[in-house]
Design a protein around this ligand. Structure first.
Ligand SMILES: [Zn+2]
Ligand SMILES: [Zn+2]
Length: 258
């Protein structure tokens, strides 16, 4: 596993912004993740600017090559560009192709996917807790429902021989550890200090999770204002030292190759 660009088997961070203020001010980009596993392309959580981040990526990422788009939940920092991403995946709606995976409340209650956009992909597949999905040979599992204000699921999948976990927005609860036992664990860490009244992870939650899971590599992302102020890179280096586990802080445009 090394950290430079390759055409297949990679995860590219099109954004590392977490929650409202870092997103609104675009202190970090909010484009989500582009996953390529064995040539299958999946865009996860296309937040504001995702379509721009794809076009500006080096090398360029072409959304008309997407096999799927996955929404972990409908919050704006994850879903803002979902409709335009669907248009891009379906070549402006002229090619009925690709699958959109999302929780039920992203299309039912106060939906974030427009009715016309629902007709464009090959299929809309509703995410359920602890279920398995498959798209063109790419398999992924959903977590238990996260503790977050809207219906939210994290993901687990494989790239080559490595298991990868995407632990997105949630309040900490101990059962997370059981599901997210993976080689490469991506964790959304919004706060540097605990704020139990808000359903997000803070740095000490992430530390407990990483210590329990002992992944080969942990990647911190989805930073809020307090994390940025405390400098994620330094915090990650400190965790690496203390835990003896490689912990890195994601940056916009970072690509992890497998
Ligand atoms: Zn979020
Ligand atoms: Zn959220």
């Amino acid at each position: 596993m090394k950290e430079n660009k390759q055409p297949v088997d990679f995860i590219k961070f099109l954004g590392t912004a977490g929650a409202r203020f870092v997103m609104i001010k675009q202190l970090r980009a909010s484009g989500g993740l582009w996953i390529n596993s064995g040539g299958v392309n999946v865009l996860v959580d296309p937040g504001p600017g995702s379509i721009v981040r794809c076009a500006k990526s080096r090398p360029k990422l072409n959304p008309s090559l997407l096999d799927a788009i996955i929404l972990t939940h409908k919050h704006l920092d994850h879903s803002n560009d979902i409709n335009v991403a669907i248009e891009a995946m379906t070549e402006g709606g002229f090619k009925k192709r690709g699958v959109v995976f999302c929780p039920d409340d992203a299309v039912s209650v106060d939906p974030v996917i427009f009715n016309y956009a629902k007709q464009l992909p090959g299929k809309i597949d509703i995410l359920r807790p602890l279920a398995s999905y498959r798209i063109n040979g790419f398999e992924f599992e959903t977590s238990m429902r996260h503790k977050h204000p809207v219906e939210t699921y994290g993901l687990k999948f494989k790239i080559k021989e490595n298991t990868v976990g995407l632990l997105c927005d949630t309040k900490y609860f101990k059962e997370l550890t059981g599901f997210y036992k993976t080689d490469v664990l991506i964790i959304g860490v919004v706060f540097s200090k605990s704020r139990p009244e808000v359903e997000h992870l803070c740095l000490s939650d992430a530390e407990i999770i990483i210590k329990d899971i002992k992944p080969k590599k942990a990647i911190l992302t989805h930073f809020g204002m307090t994390m940025l102020a405390a400098k994620p890179k330094i915090l990650a280096e400190d965790l690496t030292q203390r835990l003896g586990i490689e912990v890195i802080a994601a940056y916009d445009g970072m690509s992890i190759d497998f």
